[in-house]
Design a protein around this ligand. Structure first.
Ligand SMILES: [Zn+2]
Ligand SMILES: [Zn+2]
Length: 314
């Protein structure tokens, strides 16, 4: 059974708090597992969340501030210790190669050969990643930072009642899908278009430390699930600009302008407590009427199902 869900491992920005671990997010997508920004403590959060090293196929680091990568050594050493035997791709900003090398080889351990480096540079990078295309685009932060996006290609959904009406059944269905048309025993022709409907691909985006910039909007455009930093509330808008972060109001604006279906806020400054969560939602609601979730550690958030009509559209 295909699983498409976000497992939240940590939700705090610069420092962990009593209630929030450093960043960390596992996006499970069919057989793939994209681990975004493993901050300190990610390995243990994975244990709490019931996900293991064997679930990982990609490690995607947005940038080399500690809250986004101090968990890399533990996760990689766990992959080695558990003898994970499939490749695990590791994407990170190429400008931080020296940080990557230090984290990758932080201590003595029985190394693994399954980690494949995918350094990111330039304005747009794309990789095939199982059932999706993984894209990286630059963000705007004091050090080089990249956001990521997953896109499933569009397909077609077979319509059982149309197939039945035309007498198409069994192996004929597969042949129709492969060839696009089929000649029936009575000599008539049936086409794939008559018996199916377009099925838009699903998508998700992961936007961490950044000011508002073109990359944010390009990554978030029309996605089913947007995971985005909202380090601050608008009262700290000046701090947000100075440190290269977003406010909840800005995250809401992005979701509204991009027609996002489900918005997940995270990466909170330690100055806020759980009691402040309604204030984050209220800022989002100034512009965005869709589904919004203020992330907490160990939440599991499904990618919204494709067959449910958007609750909200621009
Ligand atoms: Zn951060
Ligand atoms: Zn940062």
């Amino acid at each position: 059974m295909s699983v498409r869900e976000l497992v939240v491992l940590g939700t705090s920005s610069a420092v962990p708090t009593r209630h929030r671990n450093h960043n960390g997010y596992l996006l499970r997508w069919d057989g793939e597992g994209f681990l975004f920004d493993p901050g300190e403590g990610t390995q243990r959060q994975m244990v709490h969340a019931g996900v293991g090293s064997h679930d990982l196929t990609w490690i995607c680091v947005t940038h080399f501030h500690g809250d986004h990568c101090l968990g890399v050594p533990g996760v990689i050493q766990r992959i080695a210790r558990d003898r994970v035997d499939h490749q695990v791709q590791a994407a990170y900003p190429a400008a931080g190669e020296h940080y990557w090398r230090r984290l990758r080889h932080a201590t003595s351990f029985g190394d693994t050969a399954v980690i494949v480096r995918r350094p990111v540079s330039g304005d747009l990078v794309e990789w095939p990643a199982g059932p999706v295309t993984l894209t990286a685009r630059p963000l705007s932060h004091p050090i080089e930072s990249y956001g990521y996006r997953l896109d499933e290609p569009a397909g077609r959904r077979m319509l059982p009642e149309e197939l039945a009406r035309r007498g198409v059944h069994g192996p004929m269905v597969g042949e129709l899908q492969r060839r696009g048309s089929l000649t029936l025993p009575d000599g008539s022709t049936v086409t794939l278009a008559e018996c199916s409907a377009p099925r838009p691909g699903q998508s998700a985006a992961f936007v961490m430390d950044t000011r508002l910039c073109d990359g944010v909007f390009a990554l978030a455009d029309g996605v089913d699930l947007l995971v985005i930093e909202s380090t601050f509330l608008s009262a700290e808008a000046e701090l947000a600009v100075a440190y290269g972060h977003l406010t909840a109001a800005q995250a809401g604006r992005v979701a509204a302008e991009c027609g996002v279906r489900r918005l997940v806020l995270t990466h909170f400054s330690e100055r806020y407590s759980f009691e402040d969560e309604p204030r984050f939602v209220a800022e989002v609601r100034e512009t965005y009427a869709g589904d919004v979730i203020v992330a907490r550690d160990l939440m599991r958030i499904p990618v919204p199902k494709r067959d449910i009509a958007p609750k909200w559209a621009p």
